[in-house]
Design a binder for this molecule. Structure first.
Ligand SMILES: [Zn+2]
Length: 294
């Protein structure tokens, strides 16, 4: 049997202008309906600014039994923020989500996996704001944001939260975050099966997707922070997304990440000092961040 995978959803409104039609509530409801039909509880990471504007969205997800986590205040990549603004934003976001959900909010997910060596200063602040776990790093070279060299299994930041690195599979020379939205949407299902077959027993497997990935009617928008090519990629293959999530939900599903973190709390996890990042090889240095620059 395939190993169990936690389902996570990053709820964000990426319209570049607020006079464009707002589709995020309808698309989030669509995903929450799918989860309810399948009887699956997920980790739902919500952008704080959106939760403030659309509180009903958080209330519904919490009422359905999902874990609520924070996906930043305004979906700005961490390296573009200073420490003071970052701490204020995630503290404010956590307090708001706790009010709306009635849950203790313990999980933080960075926008675009933007916890990288250049934003290592954020790690102690994530703990200071009250989060006990993070799922914010892509442990390989990435054309957007990646942190090559980090463990591929859950680890503990020294003096900080547990980190659940994004699951990766190596195909040839390339490491792919095969359970991530774009990859679920665009790659054949066989890639997911290969990844799950090769996953180590001590990995914590989680998939992520976004409400907008299910939206087949939205016009093309250029997104902030990721450039034209990545914006085009974000627009492709959306008609496949419902089927792909449906497949995941029929397979073996793991509990929300907060519960996995509770189970791991007493375990002897590898410890990583965020201020001493592993040396990057030349491939990683070349590949990291190239798409972001366009
Ligand atoms: Zn996001």
């Amino acid at each position: 049997m395939a190993p169990a995978v936690t389902v996570t959803l990053d709820v964000e409104d990426l319209r570049p202008a607020h006079d464009l039609p707002e589709r995020v509530v309808a698309m989030t409801d669509l995903v929450l309906d799918m989860l309810a039909d399948a009887g699956v509880r997920a980790s739902i990471f919500v952008v704080g600014e959106l939760a403030e504007r659309r509180p009903g969205l958080v209330r519904r997800a919490a009422k359905d039994g999902h874990e609520i986590g924070l996906h930043s205040w305004a979906h700005v990549p961490i390296p573009t923020q200073g420490p003071d603004g970052f701490l204020a934003d995630i503290s404010r976001g956590r307090a708001l989500l706790q009010d709306l959900s009635g849950q203790e909010v313990t999980g933080y997910r960075a926008p675009m996996m933007s916890l990288v060596p250049a934003s290592a200063w954020a790690v102690p602040l994530i703990a200071e704001a009250g989060f006990t776990y993070s799922s914010s790093v892509l442990p390989g070279p990435s054309p957007l944001y990646g942190w090559p060299g980090l463990p591929r299994r859950p680890f503990r930041w020294s003096g900080g939260p547990i980190e659940f690195p994004c699951p990766m599979v190596r195909l040839g020379l390339i490491d792919l975050p095969y359970l991530g939205g774009t990859y679920l949407r665009l790659l054949p299902a066989a890639v997911r099966r290969i990844g799950l077959r090769r996953a180590a027993r001590d990995e914590a497997l989680w998939a992520y997707c976004h409400p907008w990935e299910f939206d087949t009617e939205e016009a093309f928008h250029q997104h902030d922070h990721i450039g034209t090519l990545a914006s085009r990629i974000a627009w492709l293959g959306r008609s496949r997304m419902g089927r792909q999530l449906g497949r995941l939900l029929r397979e073996s599903v793991a509990p929300p990440l907060g519960e996995v973190a509770d189970d791991l709390a007493g375990d002897d996890l590898p410890v990583v000092d965020p201020n001493r990042p592993p040396e990057l090889g030349w491939v990683a240095r070349w590949a990291n961040g190239r798409l972001r620059q366009r």
